[in-house]
Design a protein around this ligand. Structure first.
Ligand code: APR
Length: 230
């Protein structure tokens, strides 16, 4: 059985990473649409850097929760039959034991050079405009996919959705495309579809089955079900 799992901000909520659209549409006081665009960066790079520098620094203070750990267990059991794609830019899946994670919206702990295109692992701030380790130009930006940009590795994701037997969406509002469309695409190609989310999402009606509750409870229970059937 080939399983594709898509995760969103909800899976990291119980770790203390704020979601984007739960509290009045604000992300730590900023509308995400006001900082996560190339236009916002061109207009005020320092504001955008401060925003992401704070998010990056905050990763040091959070830990994976039982949902991340359960997906690590699932990978250990399914191996290549599991494809995990996340919209999250945190690194909690990796710290929870997943070794193959496709970050379709990029990663906080990565820098993208606007001059040479190199992607470099990055732990510290970028707001002090450091030089790119590759080319030396001071044009590093967060390696995250902003509104109006194309998510990473869509070809790989589409191919995986086409051959999935089961598509599971965890902790995502279904508000942002293309990820919000994966459920219908997978279903059209024959997959059964399951949603695990705190509450009904914008996409709930597209799933064969939807379970509501915290990811830290729902995900380990679902993984146990899958493992019992192997
Ligand atoms: N367990 C499960 N689901 C939860 C939990 C929880 N503990 N807490 C919140 N949720 C759900 C919310 O009900 C909501 O449906 O997680 C979802 C989070 O939705 P968003 O904040 O919109 O996050 P996400 O879907 O990941 O956003 C998609 O939008 O801004 C962009 O690039 C950004 O990747 C992000 C994309």
């Amino acid at each position: 059985m080939r399983v594709v799992v898509l995760t969103g901000a909800g899976i990291s909520a119980e770790s203390g990473v704020p979601t984007f659209r739960d509290a009045d549409g604000l992300w730590e006081g900023h509308r995400v649409e006001d900082v996560a665009t190339p236009e916002a960066y061109d207009a005020a790079p320092m504001v955008v850097h401060q925003f992401y520098d704070a998010r990056r620094a905050a990763l040091d203070g959070v830990e994976p929760n039982p949902a991340h750990v359960a997906l690590g267990r699932l990978e250990a059991a399914l191996g290549d039959d599991l494809f995990l794609v996340t919209q999250n830019i945190d690194d909690l899946h990796e710290r929870g034991g997943s070794t193959r994670v496709l970050h379709m919206h990029g990663e906080l702990r990565s820098a993208l050079c606007r001059a040479c295109g190199a992607r470099t692992e990055w732990a510290g701030p970028m707001g002090d405009f450091p030089p790119c380790p590759g080319c030396g130009v001071t044009e590093l930006r967060p390696d995250v996919v902003w509104f109006g940009e194309i998510p990473y590795e869509m070809d790989t994701i589409v191919a995986e959705l086409q051959r999935a037997d089961l598509f599971v969406s965890i902790g995502t509002s279904g508000a942002v495309y293309p990820a919000a469309g994966f459920v219908q695409y997978a279903a059209r190609h024959g997959a059964r579809t399951l949603e695990l989310n705190l509450v009904e999402s914008e996409g709930t009606s597209f799933f064969h089955e939807s379970r509501n509750g915290p990811a830290g409870t729902l995900v380990p229970a679902w993984v146990d079900e899958v493992l019992a059937q192997l």
